[in-house]
Ligand binder design. Structure first.
Ligand SMILES: [Ca+2]
Ligand SMILES: [Ca+2]
Length: 155
């Protein structure tokens, strides 16, 4: 009787530890989603692929209206200029965002449409330069705005 009880106790304890995510051999925690650090209502960028800057998802730049020139800003928690971000997430609640290759929303030439891309609300791309996801074969961004915001918007 006593033996059964302690086995039961151990089994219960083991189940509890598993439920708490404690223990050896557990699968690594799932990668945090970009909206963990990107505030609701904002569009966020990170320098590197998969929504990270220098290995951290917390090191981002975000806007609620526009950024007219990313590389005058620093990634959060760093003194790194926001030069050439390639991860973009639109955590807006209503609007599509348009992102631009050049600063001040500039587009030019016969391939002007190739100087921008759009992301609907709650969509992102963890590498704008690769050939998968919502944004393919583009570039690092240097400005962006929610679509209702004028191109006169300055950060
Ligand atoms: Ca610039
Ligand atoms: Ca992509």
């Amino acid at each position: 009787m006593k033996k059964v009880s302690s086995r039961k106790l151990i089994a219960t304890l083991a189940a509890t530890l598993v439920a708490l995510g404690v223990g050896a051999g557990m699968a690594p925690a799932a990668q945090a989603a970009p909206e963990t650090y990107c505030p609701s209502g904002a569009t966020c960028v990170w320098q590197d692929h998969t929504y990270k800057t220098g290995g951290s998802e917390a090191n981002l730049v975000w806007f609620q209206q526009c950024v007219s020139d990313y590389n005058v800003l620093n990634y959060r928690n760093t003194n790194k200029k926001a030069t050439e971000p390639i991860s973009v997430y639109n955590n807006g609640n209503y609007e599509t965002v348009t992102m631009y290759r050049a600063d001040y929303y500039r587009v030019s030439g016969p391939t002007a449409s190739l100087w921008t891309f759009s992301l609907e609300k709650k969509r992102g791309d963890g590498n704008t330069t690769n050939d998968s996801g919502y944004v393919q074969n583009r570039w690092a961004v240097d400005s962006g705005r929610f679509n209702s915001v004028s191109t006169n918007c300055r950060n």
